[in-house]
Design a protein around this ligand. Structure first.
Ligand code: SF4
Length: 281
């Protein structure tokens, strides 16, 4: 029976980012109507991690808004990671905090972080159209730093932001060149406050992206459908898994609501999938 891995996300520092990524409601430039807050309390995060674990999550992603790590943020994420590791068993901890150098990543690793998420977002060519405040090359470099310190790399992208078919193939090729342990595929969720008003992706395109991604990264890696899953696949989960996905994000996303974790588990049961109980693949 095919096993599906569940991951959950905690947005531990939300909004107020000065960058201009056109797909992101956390940029202050677009005044999206989202919750913005400074560092969450560590006790609250630990309790939320326990809840996610009780719903079957094996991966737990600590996300901060902003371009990248600085000393304060690194210290905070490290403290959160170490608190979760000492109080919750069986969670693979992923940090997702933007641009990072090797020293910062090593410090996170030393404090219990297992994996670092940094998405390439789109092709090198198209990136200039969706962000002007930092470069694609900088993103690729952070991914290389992750590998150099021996953290697992989680790197994927967002599809449907106006890119063309070649951009999609280029993005998948670039992701595969990093040989990441896990690859999150996001499907753009339009928001009226954002400059990218619509998404240019069909269900057929999305399934093809999953199929090509699986062929490119190999059978032994996690291929996760993350943001936009409900919008894109709500009645087609069987096709989504058949195309090669073997992981999903449960609960809420960064700034959009997801389905209830119990509903996702029921769907998996009804389709005959087992929720994975350990990270060995
Ligand atoms: S850097 Fe991150 S948080 Fe900031 S706008 Fe871009 S994607 Fe959003």
């Amino acid at each position: 029976m095919k096993e599906i891995f569940l991951c959950a996300i905690n947005n531990i520092l939300s909004g107020n980012c000065k960058e201009d990524c056109k797909f992101c409601t956390q940029s202050v430039r677009y005044r999206a109507d989202i919750e913005r807050y400074n560092y969450k309390k560590i006790d609250t995060i630990v309790n939320e991690a326990k809840l996610a674990r009780s719903h079957g999550a094996l991966g737990y992603c600590l996300v901060t808004a902003g371009k990248g790590l600085d000393d304060k943020k690194t210290e905070f994420v490290a403290s959160v990671a170490s608190a979760i590791k000492s109080e919750v068993d069986g969670l693979n901890l992923i940090a997702c905090n933007g641009t990072a150098n090797r020293d910062q990543l090593q410090y996170l690793k030393d404090n219990g972080v297992d994996s670092y998420n940094h998405n390439l977002e789109t092709s090198k060519r198209y990136y200039k159209e969706i962000c002007t405040t930092h470069s694609w090359e900088e993103r690729y470099k952070t991914c290389l730093n992750v590998k150099e310190v021996g953290l697992d790399l989680c790197s994927g992208g967002i599809f449907g932001m106006g890119e063309n078919e070649d951009d999609r193939l280029e993005l998948i090729k670039s992701i595969a060149s990093l040989n990441p342990e896990s690859v999150p595929l996001n499907f753009y969720h339009p928001n009226p406050s954002l400059p990218i008003v619509d998404n240019n992706i069909t269900l057929k395109d999305a399934l093809e992206i999953i199929k090509i991604s699986r062929e490119s990264i190999g059978e032994d890696k996690l291929l996760m459908v993350a943001g936009g899953r409900e919008l894109m696949f709500s009645n087609n989960y069987k096709d989504m898994f058949n195309a090669g996905a073997n992981a999903i994000v449960i609960g809420n996303y960064l700034t959009t609501k997801g389905d209830q974790p119990n509903r996702d588990r029921d769907i998996l049961d009804n389709l005959g999938y087992k929720v994975a109980s350990g990270c060995q693949r």
